[in-house]
Design a protein around this ligand. Structure first.
Ligand code: G16
Ligand code: MG
Length: 576
């Protein structure tokens, strides 16, 4: 579609009709008169489903999160549910996070479902996303929704959609539902609730969820080890406050210090610039408290409590924030060790990660004799593996981005159970005179020392999106031959599903769904991936370099070499 001033105006004028309430109409009038830039941003496209559902800035317009865009999606979803499960009354469960408007938008979604004859379980107040994933299966629902924009800035909100297995929408349902939604007009949305079909839920699910979380996240650390573990936890004004402290307490952890200034849920996130534990500033208050109480571990979760940031004591006894790859490696190792000792590896087990994550997972899988499966970015793809390979045993999985999935009882990343798991690892290691951090270094020595770095370039709005598109086109048309003087030997293009071996000029096909991702491998073993984010206006560059580490005592020297190499790669690619 050609975007012109007049096509945007035509799209906006539909929102002046009686299908839309008077407040919305007034807001659109105002944009038409006074704010052409905002009008363009609000209407130049329809909001789309991305890596983790649909996300956008709140406000009126087709490219914004509001009761009409979410209403239309829910109407499409309702039509699809009624067709797919025609012999039963479909059931949906809805949760929401701490964000502004999440509660009222959740009510709208409940209203629309019920107006279509769908039975709805609606959490009576905010809950973590992993609890919703759990509730879908627990209540035998066909679908689940969380109103959240995860870790995005406060002006955002969104809509994560779960299917009957408890995982987020994946093919074939995703495209079929999108087709259904695209075929609708706003006037088709049924907003008139059937209150009889909406049932409030709370403690009955909380109790089982927390029980299961304690069970899946506990690995029999002794009470003494637990008592010797000092934890600082912050919910960053989000939903984790409803589940994490109780889970830790039920698992026997007593030295848990909660950042009081951040425990109250608040959609404005008043004490942080961004509620994303991936950004070190988000954990500033928690780090300060950790110094006071001499904590072993600091954990912070994002607003919907699926991702967690972990800082642990390094060799200089300083608290160091780990990245997603690092926590994934240690957590997966811990699960594998326990599984090996308790159950025994039979060979049908698998661990999983994504194409932009550390190659170290593959090495570790080989060492343990389990399978390593690799998918596109997004935990929904990891959850799909569990559904697609029911005869295999999923041990755990993660990715470059923060967050981890412990076993299969929750089908998304789960910061409740992962918080407990992280504490167990610290408790175990400390009891043995080691640490979480030291475990990581030992794993580097065993499975290869990989260092990763992520560069995200923020490019907002319609122009930003065009710029991101162009960067990917340029990289495709003129792929680098050398990166930091390392010869590029292999290029994977997930959009064309082609792998090009530069050295012998051969090509083969990639057997996973298409996605706009390019990965360059160099002769020195570096891996550089480029992909537009599917949740935020960003393009991401994932850099991974590696070296052999013969002994942990050489860590600092090799670490410096890797750090320098990453610096040089960034400079060469003009990412600094
Ligand atoms: O944002 P969340 O916590 O719901 O998480 C979702 O989005 C993240 C960022 O995706 P992108 O790189 O496309 O922005 C993904 O890493 C994650 O697997 C997905 O579940
Ligand atoms: Mg999240």
């Amino acid at each position: 579609m050609q975007i012109t001033e007049s096509s945007i105006k035509t799209r906006a004028e539909e929102w002046l009709t009686p299908t839309f309430d008077t407040t919305t109409q007034e807001e659109i009038q105002n944009l038409l008169k006074n704010n052409p830039e905002e009008l363009k941003e609000s209407f130049y496209k329809d909001l789309e489903f991305g890596t983790g559902g649909m996300r956008g800035i709140m406000g009126p317009g087709t490219n914004r999160i509001n009761k009409y865009t979410l209403g239309k999606s829910t109407q499409g979803l309702s039509n699809y549910l009624l067709k797919q499960f025609s012999s039963v009354q479909p059931k949906a469960v809805i949760a929401y996070d701490c964000r502004n408007n999440s509660d009222t938008l959740a009510q709208t979604v409940a209203d629309v479902f019920s107006a279509n004859g769908i039975k709805v379980y609606l959490f009576s107040s905010l809950r973590p996303t992993p609890e919703l994933s759990f509730a879908v299966k627990e209540l035998g629902c066909h679908c689940g929704i969380v109103l959240t924009a995860s870790h995005n800035p406060p002006e955002y909100n969104g809509y994560k959609v779960y299917w009957e297995d408890g995982g987020q929408l994946v093919p074939p349902q995703d495209n079929e539902i999108i087709t259904e939604i695209n075929g609708l007009k706003y006037a088709d949305i049924k907003f008139e609730a059937n209150a009889e079909l909406i049932q409030k839920i709370d403690t009955e699910i909380d109790t089982v969820f927390i029980e299961q979380s304690v069970q899946h996240g506990s690995f029999a650390a002794t009470q003494e080890a637990k008592d010797n573990t000092t934890i600082v936890f912050t919910s960053l004004h989000g939903t984790s406050i409803t589940a994490v402290p109780e889970t830790l307490s039920k698992a026997g952890y007593k030295n848990v210090h909660i950042v009081k200034e951040q425990e109250k849920p608040d959609g404005n996130f008043p004490t942080v610039k961004s509620p994303n534990p991936e950004e070190p500033e988000a954990l500033t208050m928690a780090m300060e408290l950790a110094k006071k109480v001499n904590a072993d571990i600091v954990i912070g979760t994002d607003p919907d409590c699926d991702r967690l940031g972990i800082a642990v004591r390094n060799h200089d006894n300083e608290l160091q924030l780990l990245n997603g790859n690092q926590t994934m490696i240690v957590m997966t190792w811990f699960l594998l060790e326990h599984y090996k000792n308790k159950v025994g590896i039979k060979g049908n087990e698998f661990i999983a990660s994504t194409i932009v994550s550390t190659p170290m997972m593959k090495n570790m899988a080989e060492a343990y004799g389990v399978e390593y499966k690799e998918v596109l970015t997004g935990f929904k793809w990891i959850a799909k593996l569990i559904k697609d390979f029911p005869e295999q045993k999923f041990i755990g999985g993660g990715e470059e981005s923060f967050g981890f999935m412990v076993g299969d009882f929750v089908r998304d990343k789960d910061a409740v159970t992962s918080t407990l798991l992280a504490c167990e690892i610290v408790a175990f290691a400390k009891a043995k005179g080691s640490s979480f951090y030291n475990t990581l270094l030992e794993l580097y020595a065993k499975h290869g020392f990989y260092k990763e770095n992520l560069v995200s370039l923020v490019k907002k709005g319609m122009d930003g999106a065009a710029e991101i598109k162009q960067i990917m086109i340029d990289l495709r048309n003129n792929p680098p031959k050398l990166i930091n003087e390392e010869k590029v030997v292999l290029i994977e293009d997930y959009q064309t599903s082609k792998v090009k071996n530069i050295q012998d000029a051969t090509e083969h096909t990639i057997d996973i769904p298409k996605s706009n991702v390019l990965i360059f491998y160099t002769e020195a073993g570096s891996k550089i991936a480029a992909r537009p984010s599917g949740t935020e206006p960003k393009i991401k560059f994932y850099i991974s370099v590696q070296e052999h580490l013969d002994t942990v005592s050489n860590f600092s020297i090799v670490h410096q070499q890797l750090e320098d190499r990453i610096g040089a790669i960034k400079k060469d690619l003009k990412l600094t």
